[in-house]
Design a protein around this ligand. Structure first.
Ligand code: PEP
Length: 259
């Protein structure tokens, strides 16, 4: 059975004290709960807090920590950047690659993202590769073509073995931080399309094992409807991941469905 993941992207939020309290609150909130083996929880804090949050995550076997970004080079004169081996050295196991904010504000296009994916895979980390269309593309009905290009250009050069280190996060840009969620039917249609693309490229077995997350205003009120879709394997969550009382119920919903 493929993994189900509830991931929190804290973006550039929280003081150190707040970050520690949030991580501890999530770990404490899950303590003693029945978390099925296939369910993983991921916290992606700002880089300066990775070490501390990793120490706190060590307190629960289902909780993992991810970086929000890394550079494509393994070291060098890239002031301000973080290399994948530096994340590994902290015990980090996942990295977000290609979040729409990185694409929009930091000019990360297909080629850079391809190189970042390679850096993450070479380091033995899991890449959470984000894809998704902007509103105008959705309104023009061209969302499948855009997502196909994003996957083809930055992911589908990987070997089948390398691809097992990839988690895909479908995040329609118009639903991120806007309060607008894709309907469960819209999410399922795109997830099924993505799984079909993976099947055509890597075969049925790998497609069946690939975790495909939905991201875009996931919260306790809509988690059940999204997570019951057969091709939706969890969520990448921004706003609702910033509070224990909105993040833990989303995890609990996934656990309920997998119990
Ligand atoms: C995100 O940043 O990846 C995200 C999905 O944010 P939000 O849940 O706030 O829409």
């Amino acid at each position: 059975m493929r993994n189900k993941i509830v991931a929190g992207n804290w973006k550039m939020n929280k003081t150190r004290t707040e970050a520690e309290a949030l991580a501890q609150g999530i770990v404490d909130g899950l303590a003693g709960k029945n978390i099925p083996d296939s369910v993983k929880v991921l916290m992606c804090p700002p880089a300066p807090y990775l070490w501390q949050v990793q120490q706190i995550a060590n307190g629960h076997p289902a909780v993992f920590v991810g970086g929000q970004n890394c550079h494509q080079a393994s070291s060098g004169a890239y002031t301000g950047e973080i290399a994948a081996p530096m994340l590994t050295a902290l015990g980090i196991t996942y990295v977000l690659v290609g979040h729409s904010e990185r694409r929009a504000y930091f000019g990360e296009g297909h080629d850079i993202l391809k190189a970042k994916v390679d850096a993450v895979i070479a380091e033995g980390l899991q890449a959470v590769f984000c894809c998704g269309e902007e509103l105008a593309i959705r309104e023009a009905g061209e969302q499948e073509g855009v997502v196909k290009t994003q996957l083809t250009e930055s992911l589908f050069h990987l070997s089948a073995e390398q691809f097992t280190q990839v988690v895909i996060a479908y995040e329609p840009v118009w639903a991120i931080g806007t309060g607008k969620t894709a309907s469960p039917e819209q999410a399922e249609a795109m997830h099924a399309f993505i799984r079909q693309l993976v099947k055509e490229k890597y075969g049925a077995e790998i497609a069946d094992q690939t975790t495909i997350l939905y991201g875009g205003s996931v919260k306790p009120a809509n988690a059940a409807a999204l997570f019951t879709q057969p091709n939706v394997d969890g969520g990448l969550i921004g706003g609702a991941s910033l509070k224990v009382e909105t993040f833990v119920p989303v995890i609990e919903e996934m656990c309920r469905q997998m119990a």
